[in-house]
Structure formats: C-alpha cells, structure tokens
Write a protein that binds this ligand. Structure first.
Ligand code: APR
Length: 255
C-alpha cells in the first residue's frame, strides 16, 4: 500500500471515531469546478483591477464596480457545479461524519452539493444586501433585472453579501467558526494557502484545542510544517474520495 493510501486509511479510522469534525476550505476545493484563483498567473486579479472590490470605491463608483462584479461573480460563476470534493463533504455530513464546514469561498458550491452546516467566513455571492436597511435578497432574482440593483423596500443600493476589501468578517460566521474550531476533534484544512488573515487563525484554534489536523493541498502551505498532523498532497477531488473509500470499508468491516 502506498503511503497516501496508508494515510487515508489511518485518517478514515480517526474520522469515524471523532465526535466532532470540521472541514475548513479555500479556493483549492473549487479549482476542479473551474473557478480560477484570485492571485497569481491566470488569476482573476491578473485580468481585473481589484479596486472594484474596495468598499470605498464601490460607494464612489457603484456602476463601474457592479459592472465588473457582475461579470466575474455572476455571469461567469453561473454555470459552475460542485465537484467530487464538495460532494464527499456533503455525503459525510449526511452520514454524521462531518459536523460543519468553515469556508473562505463565496461560490455557494458547498450548499449546491447539499451541505447544510456551512459557515461562510467571507460571505456569499448567493445573496445581495441593502447597504441602507440590511434587507437581503437572493442574487438570482435581482440580478436578472436592472443595474444598479436596488432594495425593493427602501431603494438603497444593493451589494453582494460577501466581504469587500476594507470590510470586517460577518459576525455570526466568525463566532460559529471559532466555536466549531474550539470544540472539534478532527479538523480538515482543504485547498487553502493560509495567506489570508484572520481566516488563517482558525486552524490554530483547533490545534490548540487538541484536534487532529489533516491537510489536503496540491502544494505545501502556511500550515503544512506548522500545525498539520497529516499532509496529503494532491487534489481535493481525488484525496477526499480516497479517504471516503476507507471510511466506507471500515464501516462495512466493523463487527
Ligand atoms: N485541490 C487541493 N488544493 C488545491 C487545488 C486542488 N485541486 N488546487 C489548488 N489548490 C491549493 C493551492 O495549492 C493553494 O494552496 O489551494 C490553495 C489556494 O490558495 P489561495 O488561492 O490563496 O486561496 P485561499 O487560501 O482560499 O484564499 C483565501 O483570499 O483572495 C482572498 O477572499 C479570498 O477567500 C479568499 C482568500
């Protein structure tokens, strides 16, 4: 058995025994769904100016900002589908094997795969929020209409309900993430570089609380030699099904 299979087998046993398990996900889990990264060569910010996501710019130039936001996050994201990685996490939740997902992604793919307990650390593209009265709307219903999208109650300007540069983390998701990290026994880190703060502080909370840290990434990250107990190098869409294979085998072989 190769070392990745041995690791996956061992992890399956740990996951089955765990009373509370969490997955912390980043852009890497959505890469196989065709969502490009933000940074680096071929990344979104190599094609667009990130100033459209600065909160001050958005209020000064809402039309310019919305035109680009719509193109990147709505016209382009509209056809993306969950991949094998998202689907395994949803399946594990159904089987009582995973308690929640903390995601830095705003693409809604975990929910599209069927996951219910998802803490969206950076918000979501799937909702719009009124910048005057805070009422929220499904982005689907509003974006087919005119630009600029406005609130049906107070006519205020709507913005996507994900965080722009210069905005804080949504309070509820922040608190839920901290609570989950503090009580978990197993903490998966999947497809995230750990370069973005304060999200990158969450795994350390799990480590401090004694959780086993299992990292899945194509490359080493900020976490790999610092806190990860297991590092499985490869794509999330391959490694998660491999761990699942051993989880299912383990369940069948149980007396
Ligand atoms: N499977 C697993 N890991 C992968 C895969 C894959 N198929 N493809 C890429 N990766 C890894 C990369 O090696 C990298 O470590 O995913 C990571 C992606 O890192 P980032 O692009 O920095 O994404 P993330 O960590 O989610 O960034 C956090 O930055 O731009 C902001 O708000 C944005 O939420 C985002 C935040």
């Amino acid at each position: 058995m190769t070392s990745i299979h041995l690791q996956a087998k061992e992890i399956a046993e740990i996951v089955i025994k765990s009373s509370y398990s969490i997955a912390f996900t980043g852009a890497g889990i959505s890469a196989e769904s065709g969502i490009p990264p933000f940074l680096g060569e071929g990344g979104i910010w190599s094609r667009y100016n990130p100033e459209v996501l600065e909160i001050d710019y958005f209020f000064r130039q809402p039309m310019k900002s919305w035109t680009v936001i719509k193109e990147i996050f709505y016209n382009f994201f509209v056809d993306v589908k969950p991949n094998a990685g998202h689907k395994i996490l949803s399946k594990w939740e159904n089987e009582g094997m995973l308690d929640a997902i903390i995601t830095q992604n705003i693409d809604n793919l975990h929910q599209m795969a069927g996951s219910c307990e998802v803490y969206e650390f950076h918000g979501t593209t799937s909702r719009l929020i009124c910048t005057d009265c805070n009422k929220t709307f499904s982005s689907e219903s509003i974006l087919s209409e005119k630009m600029l999208p406005t609130c049906t109650d107070c006519n205020g300007l709507l913005k996507p309900d994900f965080i722009f540069f210069g905005e804080g983390i949504p309070l509820k998701a922040y608190q839920q993430s901290i609570d989950a990290a503090r009580k978990c026994k197993v903490f998966f880190i999947i497809g995230t570089s750990g370069e973005v703060s304060p999200a990158n502080q969450i795994p350390a909370l799990a480590k401090e609380s004694g959780a086993v840290i299992i990292e899945i990434n194509k490359e080493t990250s900020f976490y790999t030699n610092r806190i990860s107990d297991y590092f499985l190098q490869g794509s999330a869409g391959e490694i998660l099904p491999l761990i699942d294979h051993y989880i299912q085998l383990n369940k069948v072989n149980r007396p």
